[in-house]
Design a protein around this ligand. Structure first.
Ligand code: SAH
Length: 371
């Protein structure tokens, strides 16, 4: 137990003593977002010195291709002026910086684009402001406060950071995993709720009769965001690209993980000291989006998606321009982004679009495989 996390652990113990065991979603929200003691308030999150590395941190190629994708997406919705270029959870702002540089090649796009970032972390907003100096940007606390108009929206590793509920199938039915203190040592441990949970309504139909003992995670927050995005593109026009990690088909299993200094860590040990994420359930999110009338494309594996957008060609150019050590770094980065043993297959891209726009770049056909 690290010193820095002691105050938050104490706070959580008092909360549990007062109110009883916490839902996993409440535990995650406190661990990540407690205004003074939480992970985002206290720690340098991303990058080589942080706790985890994301695709935009691995290589500029990632953000560049996303930027070109955004420009082409804008054309596909009729090149509206203005267009809201929205990013959810921009981290250190690298993806947007690389995207804006590449998007200069799409005539008229940057003149039309108004940049809106949804970011709840004040320290990360500061980094974003520095990284994107020179661009005109507005920040938002929540999705509903975005001004009206068509959107081109991107989010990388945003949904995996949202709170989840974990349900376990017992003889008595589905019960929610709650976080309790383990007296007398004061550590945290899981226990099962004794009454049915409202999260049960979000279970994917394909897993409703999973074997006894199965654990299924659901994210009301992720479903809420995706439904809001889908409704927005249907009513006001636009398209969204969501990239994250998780299976294409809803799958049972506890995937909540904590990363600290690039190492796995027990999610219940020293809350606030590690980043908490869980697999994204693309099939459930696709269903939520389709219910609003939006078209859903994918998910497509990240390796396939980036290859279709031309990452190999981009890597070759960068290697030729750089040479030597730098060329080697580009080759390594390419592998990390697209190889199946790295991020190539676990990570996936899914698009949500106003109906009847046609297939977005990098996708094939309306994916309705998971019903
Ligand atoms: N997209 C970045 C960072 C991913 S980390 C990258 O790929 O490197 C998750 C990001 O989402 C962080 O910027 C975090 O502060 C933000 N975030 C997580 N939950 C949020 C919420 N509920 N509202 C707004 N931002 C949130």
């Amino acid at each position: 137990v690290s010193d820095a996390s002691e105050p938050l652990s104490g706070h959580l113990r008092r909360l549990i003593a007062l109110k009883g065991p916490l839902s996993l979603a409440d535990y995650m929200s406190e661990a990540m977002w407690h205004p003074t003691l939480g992970y985002y308030a206290t720690r340098r999150v991303l990058g080589a010195e942080g706790d985890y590395v994301t695709a935009p941190e691995i290589s500029q190629m990632f953000g560049e291709l996303i930027g070109l994708w955004c420009g082409v997406a804008w054309q596909s919705i009729g090149s509206p002026k203005p267009v809201r270029l929205v990013e959810l959870g921009p981290g250190r702002g690298l993806m947007m910086a690389d995207a804006l540089r590449a998007a200069r090649h799409v005539p008229g796009f940057l003149d039309a684009a108004r940049i809106h970032l949804l970011e709840a972390s004040e320290p990360l907003r500061v980094l974003q402001r520095e990284r994107l100096a020179g661009a005109e940007i507005s920040w938002h606390e929540n999705f509903a406060s975005l001004p009206d108009g068509p959107i081109v929206l991107v989010a990388n590793e945003f949904l995996d950071a949202l709170p989840i509920a974990a349900l376990e199938r017992t003889e008595a039915g589905w019960r929610e995993r709650l976080v309790d203190t383990d007296e007398p040592n004061g550590r945290f441990r899981f226990m099962l709720g004794t009454v049915p949970s409202s999260a049960e309504a979000l279970l994917p139909p394909s897993l409703a009769s999973a074997p006894l003992g199965s654990v299924v995670e659901v994210s009301p927050a992720a479903i809420g965001f995706v439904a809001a995005i889908a409704e927005r593109v249907v009513t006001q026009g636009g398209i969204a690209l969501l990239i994250d990690y998780g299976p294409a088909v809803s799958t049972a299993g506890a995937t909540l993980q904590a990363l600290r200094h690039h190492r796995r860590h027990d999610p219940l040990d020293a809350p606030g000291s590690a980043d908490l994420t869980a697999h994204v359930d693309f099939a459930t999110l696709a269903r939520a989006a389709r219910e609003t009338g939006a078209a859903v494309y994918g998910p497509v594996e990240q390796g396939t998606f980036l290859a279709r957008l031309g990452i190999r060609e981009r890597a070759e150019r960068l290697q030729a321009m750089a040479g030597g050590e730098k060329a080697r770094a580009v080759r390594l980065a390419l592998g990390r982004l697209i190889d199946p043993s790295e991020m190539g297959t676990l990570f996936k891209a899914m698009a949500i679009a106003a109906p009847a726009l046609g297939v977005p770049a990098g996708f094939e056909e309306t994916g309705s495989a998971e019903s």
